[in-house]
Design a protein around this ligand. Sequence first.
Ligand code: 5GP
Length: 253
Amino acid sequence: MSGDSKEQSNIFYTKTAPILLAECLLSEGKVKSLYRLAEEPEKVYIHFHDKVTAGNGRRVDFPEGKGKVCCLISALLFEMLESRGIKTHYLGTQGLDTLLCKKLEIVPVEVIVRNIAAGSIVRQTTLTEGTILNPPLVEYYLKDDAKDDPLLTPDRVALMGIDPTKMREVALDVNLQFQMLFTLMGIDLVDFKLEFGYDSHGNLFLGDELSPDNMRLWRKGTKERFDKDLFRKDEGDIVEAYTYILEEMRRFV
Ligand code: 5GP
């Protein structure tokens, strides 16, 4: 367990990254905080905490090293996607647990790509866990914890004033790039969540984080997990599993 806790002020987070000043805090998510840069209003720091939550924040733990491993996996994946021509908010890293990113206005829609049925699609349909989804399924969910992130239709997304087409296109491209990498690693990419946002010029970028917190990763041909389901189901040590993923990724990226 790290010393992180909900009660401590944000100044705590400046201990390992002195550049993140409490007065620059823009917002605090469940496991990350967003800081503005004093001199550069178009950029932000995203600081990853040693913290994991499940059930819409109802379960919480503070595993040491978790922020660092999620940050480093995200950096590696963002760099890979950028090198393949996908526009992301990633600009670099600041220390080991902080990303430097373009400031985005986040689209209130979570885009999920599924290659294998697991999680909510199994609970909500007649599909059984492990069913291959080919072509992959792209879904949209409202990004609103107070409403428990309900499933949206593409028409509902359009009614919200958001064009789902471009996000779908990018999500499927990301899926192809991720699948190539994870196949080399001997991992099945079951599903993952993406978030998007617009910069001040109205350009769409991939945002948020790309880590096993937002994905399901199973050892090829099995259901051995290397993702947040280990915590959700209380089945093992996520930092150990995420570190394995990071080390394997470094062999191939
Ligand atoms: P499901 O809809 O099956 O719960 O989730 C599908 C995929 O999206 C999983 O990889 C899951 O980790 C990710 N996902 C969906 N919603 C959230 C969320 O609110 N937070 C995080 N970290 N991941 C999510």
